[in-house]
Write a protein that binds this ligand. Structure first.
Ligand SMILES: Cc1cc2nc3c(=O)[nH]c(=O)nc-3n(C[C@H](O)[C@H](O)[C@H](O)COP(=O)(O)OP(=O)(O)OC[C@H]3O[C@@H](n4cnc5c(N)ncnc54)[C@H](O)[C@@H]3O)c2cc1C
Length: 344
């Protein structure tokens, strides 16, 4: 196997996140001579955590100038690390930060890049796998060009878990005078964590369908109650929230109902295909263009009033023919009870 550089941007405290450790796990499995390259404000905590990962050396670009995710400094740091390591294969955890700079770095190095990689394998030569056309076709990519930079997705490999130690970090210097630093990150605007409904690491995907906004048995729409039941469940269970196209389209039209739902929550053919161990669909019919987004959800359950809904036709492992308002009220009460007894 050729030489490999595992290149990652460290968190502000100098550690690596779980997605990075997963990608390191994939890089180690390739079996080549491994170098670890780190960039960020500090990198010693990450290097120490990886001290026993089998890397022959650790190189890093660190300092306050590299704390911010800014194209100019990130690209300069990544380029310098790649040149210092001189590896043929560069494996990088996919993130908004790395996705923005690594194509430019590949160009500067005269190499090639592939993104959205889901697995790597060595079969005489290196093969990288990725999906095309909304996860309908899987391609196996080989390339002769080196360096070959590969951005690996999260959730596709077990995270590296070796014992920590003490790693000798080789500092790589980047001549900052040649790097334009016009961009200053003045702050981050993000929703509060309990408003953040998309949680890729959650064990459960909770999907809300358009039924939540339809007239119920009493002839009335129960929007505020639906909102309170769904948000209450998300808060208690830490599940990730998905939606059907019908529901997210309604929110997009500015209707007051379920205003926290956006197109980013949409699951399906024209939406996302998340990876969660379990999924629960509520008030969602389970039509094929929606269910195709569930292909990586291992255990599927649905709550629907209609015993002939799409889920009943082999698309769910368990279908509860029931009123989702009643079911979720009861589930929330049970979760509150459990939390109460745990806190007592
Ligand atoms: C090209 C194309 C691409 C598409 N892409 C996507 C996509 O990416 N994602 C997607 O989701 N859809 C997609 N669609 C649309 C898809 O075909 C469906 O129209 C959509 O998923 C329906 O959404 P829904 O099940 O929430 O709504 P509905 O079909 O309106 O179903 C609502 C369900 O709620 C149930 N219900 C109502 N009240 C209750 C209650 N109290 N308790 C329990 N159940 C209740 C009803 O029985 C019903 O089954 C696409 C369609 C096309 C043509």
């Amino acid at each position: 196997m050729e030489s490999i550089l595992f290149l990652a941007f460290a968190e502000s405290d100098g550690t690596l996140n779980k997605a990075a450790l997963e990608v390191l796990g994939a890089a180690r499995d390739l079996g080549g001579t491994l170098t670890v390259g780190l960039a960020g404000a500090q990198a010693q905590p990450a290097a120490d955590a990886l001290a026993n990962c089998g890397a022959v050396k650790f190189v890093a670009v660190t300092g306050a100038d590299f704390a911010q995710p800014r194209y100019a400094t990130d690209a300069a740091a990544a380029e310098a690390i790649c040149r210092a390591a001189g590896a043929a294969i560069v494996v990088v955890p996919s993130s908004s930060r790395s996705s923005r700079v690594m194509p430019g770095v590949a160009h500067r190095l005269g190499g090639q890049i592939d993104t959205h990689i889901t697995s790597l394998a060595v079969d005489g030569q290196l093969n990288a796998t990725r999906w095309y056309y909304r996860q309908r076709m899987e391609a196996v990519v080989e390339r002769a060009k080196r360096p070959w930079i590969l951005l690996l997705e999260s959730g596709c490999h077990a995270a590296y878990q070796g014992a920590a130690g003490s790693a000798k970090l080789e500092a790589v210097t980047v001549p900052l005078a040649a790097v334009h630093q016009r961009t200053q990150v003045t702050g981050i605007r993000a929703p509060q964590s309990d408003q953040q409904t998309i949680r890729p690491d959650a064990k459960l995907l909770f999907v809300a369908g358009a039924g939540w906004t339809k007239k119920q048995a009493d002839g009335q729409i129960h929007g505020p109650e639906a909102e309170q039941l769904i948000l209450g469940f998300l808060k208690k269970s830490a599940a990730s929230l998905g939606g059907s196209k019908s529901l997210v389209d309604q929110s997009g039209e500015g209707q007051p109902i379920l205003g926290f739902m956006t197109h980013l929550n949409q699951i399906g053919q024209t939406g996302a295909t998340p990876r969660h161990p379990k999924g629960l669909a509520t008030c969602c019919h389970g039509e094929e263009p929606h269910v195709v987004g569930w292909r990586f959800v291992n255990e599927r359950r649905a709550v629907n009033l209609d015993p002939n809904c799409g889920w009943a036709r082999g698309k769910a492992d368990v279908l509860y023919v029931a009123d989702a308002f009643e079911v979720m009220k009861k589930v929330n009460a049970l979760l509150a009870e459990k939390a109460g007894s745990a806190g007592a």
